[in-house]
Design a protein around this ligand. Structure first.
Ligand code: FEO
Ligand code: CA
Ligand code: CA
Ligand code: CA
Length: 610
């Protein structure tokens, strides 16, 4: 058996590229090496009939449909706007999700946490700049729009179970566990170095949570929901990603914070000239009780994701990436001071991430030089006694750490760290999906890469690592722009892609071969190791997000985010579905079947049936 992690540091990327081929449509995950087509002796491959990963790869598609191979059933659990309890509506743009059994060891019933990242005002509010050229959320009309939009983001807690008869998953409507977190509440307290300072609202809590992108399930049964592009909710309304809920008044730069009250309240204007350090934290939620807290010790960045492990001594190690929209971001490790013990109460375990040490990664020779695919790295500690270092994390590093260790900021920049996962059973190894790394900036078709960060020691205090780019996107691999990743077992990596909607299926943009965004299975061991098998296709202009496996149920929970996202840029007229680029899931625009309707981000359960 080949261990690609052990050999990756020896084999040049060019050679690895030659060895690995594309898993073409129809290639079986169990029977053939896709590069050579030769049949494998069954002993060489661990995939067995009935395994979730036992399937034939599907072809790329540009259809307005969600597609999986034969032998799988898809239950649409909730669509945007669906009511799942009194006053509880499923929010927009679902992203990360995780499953929490209601009874230990009984995985056919539980709670799902779902992130709702942002809104697309064209769909959520029938709003276009063309029809409404000015935006000022102080006016009654715009304020009403904003108040509605606030309820579309945050997170949902949904009670689900499998019905006996046909094994479908269904939502338990009106469950006492059902809950919504939104931008306007409930109030969430802070812990860690920034809590209790003048950098956060004087009451010690802030309303709700926003920009909830990816996340993680903790070993103690809570969710870490990452507040990513918090800046999209401020300052200006620029479609599609700037929502303009905080108004910049121009000359005197009076900030109006609509989250925490009326203009000027709770705001130390001098200290927060450009942004309020209220959002941009890892927010932990107990899905069973709704208890929540924002952990400022993990820094305030565009938190895209968290990957975590418990060290041998019980300390919790979190890896987290900054997916900065303008410049490249940074990458971090947090080590808790307290120790996790099995059986710890959730309320007690939720304090673990309040106190510890945050480190930033320095990548040598440089993390984003297309000609370099490996190197070493160092972890540099932040000053945990300084609230400013945590509330303005990357700026603080630029001023205080980069100059001290050599001054080259490029060694701290990492491009689009969309997800990170500690490899199960391999605590020193962390995979990072760099969505548009390599080839930048000269090559517009930056196809992304999955990078391995290999700690030099399993000790959480370790200060150095080695890194190597393991799996590069591109036509010869069959996938591009790796985004969220999930493991269904130690050997089974799954990757969803996030090719920009503006480039998907557009001639001349370099992604014609990819067609719609998709989900891929990548075995990590055996003869097909590091070969991407296409498992699912998303509908038009969607991104698939939040893959989460419940292996005992042979079930994958998956979200479909932003179908039809380009509609406002492609002549869409609110109220006229014929001008929308997608009708999914109630219709199929490319086949012109079903109901012409607004496309709706939705939560799916995908079951192995054959
Ligand atoms: Fe929310 Fe960086 O994607
Ligand atoms: Ca993402
Ligand atoms: Ca993940
Ligand atoms: Ca993304």
């Amino acid at each position: 058996m080949t261990d690609f992690f052990a050999s990756a540091f020896d084999a040049p990327l060019t050679r690895r590229r030659l060895v690995k081929g594309i898993a073409a449509a129809g290639a079986a995950t169990w029977a053939a090496n896709s590069a050579t087509g030769r049949a494998l002796a069954s002993a060489e491959n661990h995939i067995r009939k009935g395994d979730f990963a036992h399937f034939r790869a599907i072809a790329p598609s540009s259809a307005d449909a969600f597609e999986v191979p034969e032998g799988y059933a898809v239950d649409t659990l909730l669509k945007w706007g669906d009511e799942f309890g009194p006053g509880l509506r499923f929010g927009y743009n679902c992203d990360y999700c995780a499953f929490y059994p209601l009874q230990a060891g009984k995985t056919d019933e539980g709670l799902i946490w779902v992130n709702h990242e942002y809104v697309i005002p064209f769909f959520t509010s029938d709003w276009t700049r063309a029809q409404d050229p000015t935006w000022n959320p102080r006016t009654a009309q715009h304020r009403a729009i904003m108040e509605r939009e606030k309820k579309e983001v945050g997170g949902s807690i949904v009670h689900v179970r499998r019905t006996g008869r046909n094994g479908r998953w269904e939502v338990v409507v009106n469950s006492r566990y059902g809950r919504r977190f939104a931008a306007d509440g409930p109030p969430i307290p802070y812990d860690g170095p920034v809590a209790g300072t003048s950098l956060v609202p004087s009451g010690g809590t802030v309303l709700g949570t926003i920009a909830n992108c990816s996340g993680a399930r903790t070993p103690w049964g809570t969710v870490l929901s990452c507040e990513e592009n918090f800046q999209s909710f401020g300052l200006e309304r620029r479609m599609p990603f700037q929502l303009g809920w905080i108004k910049d008044n121009g000359a005197n730069r009076e900030e109006v914070n609509y989250y925490v009250g009326e203009p000027g309240t709770n705001v130390d204007r001098q200290r927060v000239a450009d942004e309020f350090p209220y959002y941009g934290y890892v927010t932990e939620v107990d899905p069973y009780t709704g208890n929540a807290v924002k952990h400022t010790a993990l820094g305030r960045i565009h938190h895209e994701n968290v990957g975590l492990r418990v060290a041998r001594d019980g300390r919790v190690v979190c890896y987290t990436g900054d997916d900065a929209p303008a410049a490249d971001g940074m990458f971090f490790k947090f080590v808790s001071r307290g120790r996790y013990r099995r059986g710890m109460r959730r309320a007690e375990a939720m304090k673990l991430l309040s106190d510890g040490q945050l480190f930033v990664a320095q990548w040598l020779p440089q993390a984003n030089d297309p000609s370099v695919d490996r190197g070493q790295g160092f972890w540099h500690p932040l000053d945990m006694k300084n609230p400013e270092a945590l509330a303005f994390t990357t700026q603080w590093i630029e001023k205080n750490i980069a100059p001290r260790v050599g001054g080259d900021l490029r060694q701290f920049r990492v491009p689009r760290a969309e997800d990170c996962e500690v490899i199960p059973g391999a605590p020193q190894r962390v995979l990072i999906a760099l969505t548009s790394a390599r080839g930048r900036p000269a090559d517009p078709a930056a196809y992304g890469v999955v990078r391995l960060l290999n700690e030099d020691t399993e000790d959480p205090d370790g200060k150095s690592f080695k890194w190597v780019d393991l799996l590069e996107g591109g036509q010869e691999k069959g996938f591009a722009n790796p985004d969220n990743m999930a493991f269904s077992s130690e050997r089974e990596l799954w990757i969803v892609t996030d090719v920009s909607s503006s480039a998907l299926n557009v001639p001349g943009r370099g992604f014609e071969w990819h067609a719609n965004n998709a989900m891929f299975y990548v075995p990590l061991r055996g003869p097909n190791a590091m070969t991407a098998f296409r498992f699912a296709n998303g509908p038009v202009e969607a991104e698939l997000t939040g893959p989460y496996f419940v292996p005992e149920q042979k079930t994958l929970f998956l979200n479909v985010q932003h179908p039809g996202e380009e509609t406002p840029n492609r002549g869409g007229v609110p109220g006229n579905p014929n001008t929308y680029t997608s009708w999914w899931p109630e219709g199929n625009k490319t086949a012109r079947t079903g109901t012409p309707s607004k496309p709706k981000p939705s939560l799916l359960a995908i079951r192995k049936t054959g």
